[in-house]
Design a protein around this ligand. Structure first.
Ligand code: ADP
Ligand code: MG
Length: 328
């Protein structure tokens, strides 16, 4: 055997020997199911990468949770109408970006929706429709314009007593983006952080193929509308088919219209495609509030953002650059 041939054999062997694989783990984080997939050389390395992502998501949960009394978010809420609270740069920036999305969506997205969670409960504990007065009283505490930021002092002040903020509509997307960024910085070539349908992906699968996402029919999960290849992008789906209450035949979703204090109606699910999961997460929630027509007009004006909306009659609508392979 000639020397060249030997070298070729060795090279081929080494490629196989270090071949990469997809490694996936499912965990509960931020009260939700997370599926974390990474491409790595060995199971050991795959686990290390996944642990890194988990620690980042757990860290973020500590900052943004409004359930944890020790979080800075809870401190802001406790001091509503009392005093500004100094927060970390990370939280300050997240709130600043949230307010920018409120402006972009004309107030459909509003982290101060959270005072309404005293009225609307979507955990099955609600037995009667809340009264109009109660809703009116509570919605008077909703309004992103009363979230006062001071950049110099890095403080956040909720102007009205009883105001409250929550990151339910942006936190999972933010966590997915941050975990992805951390793994990228640590040399992880490819992966998917999937936070209960809010996912951020990068690179390609171990076999060199694109990651694929299925957009499913919310009423028939086994049936996909369409499969999409994703390349360094985010896909986020918000749906009201899991968390909702029903009174007099009307289904109320867990997404609140900040103008009225009533849950939005008319839409069953929204999927957003764009570069980052944080923006996609916030926008998907906003579309519920805007409704199908305004929502589609809004998306069609944004560059690099596409959507698929399913309305309550199970009709599928999509933004102008999406071609669905097969509807229903
Ligand atoms: P999912 O939790 O199904 O992924 P979303 O990303 O749309 O859904 O987030 C819904 C959550 O956002 C609600 O459970 C609530 O915590 C919060 N929320 C509700 N209404 C609004 C709103 N108008 N603006 C911002 N956040 C909201
Ligand atoms: Mg959302």
């Amino acid at each position: 055997m000639s020397k060249t041939l030997l070298i070729v054999c060795f090279l081929m062997f080494s490629v196989v020997g270090f071949s990469q694989q997809n490694f996936k783990k499912t965990l509960k984080l931020m009260g939700s199911r997370f599926d974390i997939t990474v491409v790595a050389n060995s199971e050991n390395q795959g686990n290390q990468y996944i642990d890194l992502a988990v620690s980042e998501i757990a860290r973020i949960e500590k900052v943004i949770s409004s359930w944890d009394p020790n979080s800075q978010t809870s401190e802001i809420n406790r001091n509503a109408g009392i005093k500004p609270v100094k927060v970390s740069e990370e939280l300050f920036n997240l709130i600043e970006r949230s307010l920018a999305i409120s402006k972009l969506t004309n107030g459909a997205f509003d982290i101060s929706y959270a005072s309404m969670d005293r009225i609307w409960k979507f955990d099955g504990s609600m037995k009667i429709m809340p009264s109009e007065e109660n809703i009116k009283e509570s919605v008077s505490k909703v309004g992103y314009k009363n979230i006062i930021l001071n950049k110099e002092n890095q403080t956040v002040f909720l102007k009205l007593k009883g105001m409250k903020i929550g990151f339910g509509a942006i936190g999972k997307g933010y966590a997915a983006d941050k975990a992805k960024a951390l793994l990228l910085n640590n040399g992880v070539k490819a992966g998917i952080i999937n936070a209960s349908g809010d996912l951020s992906a990068w690179g390609k699968q171990a076999d060199g193929k694109n990651w694929m996402v299925a957009i499913t029919n919310p009423l028939n999960k086994a049936k996909a509308f369409s499969w999409f290849p994703i390349d360094n992008a985010a896909v986020v789906t918000s749906g009201n088919y899991e968390k909702y209450v029903q009174f007099n035949g009307v289904r109320y979703s867990h997404i609140i219209d900040p103008r009225t204090g009533y849950p939005s109606t008319g839409i069953i699910s929204v999927s957003i495609f764009t570069k980052n999961a944080e923006l996609a997460d916030a926008i998907s929630t906003s579309i519920f509030v805007m409704g199908v027509k305004t929502g589609l007009d809004f998306i069609n004006q944004l560059k690099g953002v596409e959507c698929i909306i399913v309305d309550e009659a199970n009709k599928v609508h999509s933004s102008k650059n999406i071609k669905l392979e097969n509807s229903n």
